[in-house]
Design a protein around this ligand. Sequence first.
Ligand SMILES: *[C@@H]1O[C@H](CO)[C@@H](O)[C@H](O)[C@H]1NC(C)=O
Length: 209
Amino acid sequence: MKIIHMLFFFTVFSFTISHASLNDFCVADLKAPNTPSGYPCKPLARITSDDFSFHGLVAGNTNNSFKFGFNSATITNFPALNGLGISALRIDIDQGGSIPMHTHPDATELLIVVQGEITAGFLTPTTFYSKTLKPGDIFVFPKGMLHFAVNSGKGKATAFGALSNENPRTKILDLLLFANKLPSNLVAQTTLLDLAQVKKLKAQFGGSG
Ligand SMILES: *[C@@H]1O[C@H](CO)[C@@H](O)[C@H](O)[C@H]1NC(C)=O
């Protein structure tokens, strides 16, 4: 009886150990279809050191109305992030430029300034929290908060960031309000913005109506 018990516990124990080590990581196999429970894992035999490094977090194109460039390393271009709950980004902002108001509904963000001066902050209905950051400074945007960043210095500014999700979603306020076909009078009526301003911003962001 005792021996049977011991065998039983040993079997359960070794199963637990091997199950855990199999799940230390799961590099996504992006060639296989995504499923509700995520991408399947790339077979261990095909995983190399290259899977765990990413090249190309370079300066993005800043030729846009906000004068910012953006690049990121998320599950779709860095499949080793699968299941790890983290991703990386880089922003470059020309003098006078900004990162528009946006939220990440499913990720907290760290912003780490490496060049220039960036004023970053987030909003609540009753107040805001904002700091002017120099190289080496970090700001944290708690998950879901509407936040922004502006280049408040001279010359270019660069920051790197980390998001607590391997596939974070981003909702940009101006695009939600002005990039679709919801009739301008409804946007004006539901935001109390002037109709002329709504029409102007719809033209700028590619919306209509
Ligand atoms: C910036 O973009 C505009 C319109 O998209 C284009 O006409 C212009 O040539 C671009 N400028 C540079 C320097 O790429």
